[in-house]
Design a protein around this ligand. Structure first.
Ligand SMILES: Nc1ncnc2c1ncn2[C@@H]1O[C@H](COP(=O)(O)OP(=O)(O)O)[C@@H](O)[C@H]1O
Ligand SMILES: [Mg+2]
Length: 169
């Protein structure tokens, strides 16, 4: 499986990646976001929602676990599994229904869903400095196959150039 390693030097750069990904999304897509607290999952989600035409304020669904936003382009179901106490609870969140209804699922702490989603784009956020983050993008399942090539190309072009050691500055 191929993965794309992106570097972000600012919240704005992370938002730009979210916009590029938003442009490829279709109803029923699943994005699983992994990474520590403060790694940028919600920052990414806010920009993704804005790009999908959500005008409501997007807040972290830490306590309610799920928020749904109706964008002009797509409906977004934003979940946060951080407080999920047992995997069985996942089935009670209504994510499957939302997805069947055509929503895009964006799941923070999506790695806690285990193998629940067989089709997904996975994004792993890692701290690499105060405003530096690495974002590893990979896909799971078959529906992303052909699209992921196009997406990786678009993300690669949107990538912020990383200074090379020993290069000009
Ligand atoms: N490159 C970056 N990408 C995303 N967020 C960043 C970046 N640099 C700094 N930040 C800051 O890090 C914090 C990320 O918080 P948040 O998006 O809520 O993370 P999470 O949802 O993963 O806990 C925000 O305060 C954001 O402004
Ligand atoms: Mg968050």
């Amino acid at each position: 499986m191929t993965a794309l390693l992106l570097t972000s030097h600012s919240p704005q750069a992370t938002a730009r990646y979210a916009e590029i990904i938003a442009a490829e999304l279709r109803p029923r897509d699943v994005l699983l976001l992994a990474g520590d607290l403060g790694a940028g999952k919600t920052t990414f989600t806010k920009a993704l929602c804005a790009a999908l035409g959500v005008s409501d304020t997007v807040t972290s669904p830490t306590f309610t676990l799920v928020h749904e936003y109706r964008g002009s382009k797509l409906v977004v179901c934003h979940a946060d599994l951080y407080r999920l106490e047992r995997t069985g609870e996942l089935a009670d969140l209504g994510l499957d229904d939302a997805r069947r209804g055509g929503a895009v699922l964006v799941v923070e702490w999506g790695d806690l869903s285990g193998d629940e989603f067989t089709e997904a784009l996975t994004l792993t956020f890692t701290h690499a400095g105060e405003a530096e983050r690495t974002i590893t993008v990979a896909s799971r399942g078959t529906t992303w196959g052909p699209r992921v090539t196009r997406l990786f190309a678009a993300l690669g072009q949107g990538a912020v150039a990383t200074p090379q050691a020993g290069g000009e500055s």
